[in-house]
Design a protein around this ligand. Structure first.
Ligand code: ATP
Ligand code: MG
Length: 248
């Protein structure tokens, strides 16, 4: 088990549907891995298992040599395994700054303490500014999240996930519903983050996936049908059939 994070024959079924079928995938310490596949291929289910949202039916997940299968989300976040969701999940009435600060505070273990020290609050605020700066949200800090553009809201979700200090970050369709310009902007940010941490991207926008991925894994009916560099995936016949039907 030398991989940074790896799954070993990971399975999850819903009744008779094998949503995740014996998946063995290895993720590296940095870089950008995309997971693609047609609707219902099992991409979100796979992420949900690794990040502790739903239990596996069988199989294992290892992170930095230790087994972490079916651990609760808050324990995984402490280990550095974080995610964003397919559906927007921010506090609309709070400002951009407050959204990130609350996440940072929760992850610093300070949210339940009534008498947080001045020093620790200062550190939380400082870390929040660093994240906002990194994602180009600094100028929007005082804006209620509901007044942001849709594209910026999705970037705020990434900022909230970064508040967990992730070592590996799972992003589930971060560009869903974005304009081409917004997509280009967030994909550049994601690519930048992947130089420092491991990014796992679930995405339907093929141009983006081909442009920024280091490696791509293709799922179909819960199983891997192809894995490799973008050029290999682009020309893979099984992948074309999965997306476009057998006659292509
Ligand atoms: N909670 C659930 N209960 C029953 N079936 C489910 C549940 N979650 C997922 N499934 C089924 O598992 C399969 C995989 O679904 P999943 O959401 O993981 O696919 P996906 O690749 O993320 O699809 P999409 O691209 O549409 O987001 C589908 O057949 C789906 O209907
Ligand atoms: Mg999904």
């Amino acid at each position: 088990m030398n991989a940074f994070l790896c799954t070993d024959n990971l399975c999850r079924h819903f009744g008779g549907v094998m949503a995740t079928n014996r998946l063995c995938i290895e993720f590296e310490k940095t870089g950008l891995r995309s997971i693609i596949g047609p609707n219902g291929a099992g991409k979100t289910t796979f992420i949900n298992i690794i990040t502790g949202r739903i239990p596996a039916s069988s199989g294992k997940v290892h992170f930095q040599g230790a087994e972490i299968t079916n651990k609760p989300t808050h324990e995984l976040v402490k280990l550095g395994i974080c995610r964003t969701f397919q559906i927007t999940s921010i506090f609309n009435n709070l400002t951009v700054f407050e959204n990130v600060r609350i996440a940072k505070q929760a992850n610093s273990g300070g949210s339940l303490r009534i008498f947080s020290t001045k020093k620790s609050l200062k550190k939380v605020a400082c870390d929040t500014w660093v994240i906002l700066e990194r994602l180009g949200l600094k100028d929007l800090a005082g804006l209620p999240a509901k007044n942001m553009s849709y594209g910026d809201q999705r970037i705020l979700e990434v900022a909230i996930a970064l508040a967990g200090d992730p070592e590996i970050l799972f992003l589930d369709e971060p560009t869903a519903g974005m304009s081409p310009a917004e997509t280009k902007h967030i994909s550049d940010l994601i690519k930048g983050l992947s130089k420092e941490i491991s990014i796992v991207l679930v995405e339907h926008d093929m141009d983006m996936v081909m442009r920024i991925s280091d490696k791509i894994t293709v799922l179909h009916y819960g199983s891997i049908i192809a894995e490799g560099a973008p050029e290999e995936i682009r020309t893979n016949q099984l992948v074309r059939e999965a997306y476009l039907g057998k006659d292509t």
